[in-house]
Design a protein around this ligand. Structure first.
Ligand code: SAM
Length: 198
């Protein structure tokens, strides 16, 4: 999958950020994961590996990783890759807009990963907060945005979207957030509180 991404110049999270996602999902024992902006399934594979191992460690229950992309062909490729990796029983596929798919899917989730178009980041946060269990984790990719977040002259919708999501997640007391400066920056946000999620 990494060779395919290199050959096609497709923006996957890469092995270092992927491994951190896998580790975090293992650390919280995640069994229900929702991914927004899944591409051909590379980041999905890291989460599916974690869920598969968590299920084995817990010796009970069911696990799921939701794969969502609005491109039919990428979804088809993901089914092939994730089947070959042995994750067919775990992954559920949605073709469509990711935030809409999340709002239509019954939760709550242990972990939500966000890698959609960056201008849509801020509006996705309330939907994510409503679907994540208290004590759950949100991981957001590209929050350093190749350094563009620091360029005051860059007022593009994507860059502003990344800045605003970061501002919301770091200033709202419902989240305990940090930016891991790994690859293009991973925001890791812990959902505080004892309220319910749907
Ligand atoms: C950066 S790539 C994702 C790569 C994937 N997370 C990985 O690391 O393997 C984002 C993918 O999600 C799609 N996408 C972006 N915004 C989306 C949205 N709002 N709903 C559905 N798909 C979206 C893009 O077209 C692209 O295929």
């Amino acid at each position: 999958m990494e060779a395919h991404a290199r050959a096609t110049h497709f923006p996957i999270i890469g092995s270092t950020a992927g491994y951190v996602c896998y580790q975090l999902a293992r650390m919280i024992g995640a069994r229900r994961v929702f991914e927004l902006g899944s591409g051909f399934g590379y980041s999905t594979a890291w989460f599916a590996r974690a869920v598969q191992e968590n299920l084995a460690a817990q010796a009970e229950g069911e696990g799921v990783v939701h794969h969502v992309v609005w491109d039919e062909e990428l979804s088809r490729q993901a089914r092939g890759h994730l089947h070959a990796l042995g994750y067919s029983d775990i992954v559920r596929y949605h073709v469509g807009e990711a935030v809409a798919a999340l709002s239509q899917t019954p939760g709550p989730f242990d972990l939500i990963f966000n890698d959609i178009d960056k201008q849509a980041y801020p509006a996705s946060l309330p939907v994510i907060a409503a679907k994540l269990r208290p004590g759950g984790l949100l991981i957001v990719d590209n929050v350093l945005w190749s350094g563009r977040i620091f360029d005051a002259d860059d007022q593009s919708p994507a860059t502003k979207g990344v800045r605003e999501l970061t501002r919301l997640a770091t200033q709202d007391s419902d989240w305990i957030s940090t930016i891991l400066p790994i690859r293009d920056g991973l925001l890791v946000a812990f959902k505080v509180g004892s309220g319910s999620a749907t």
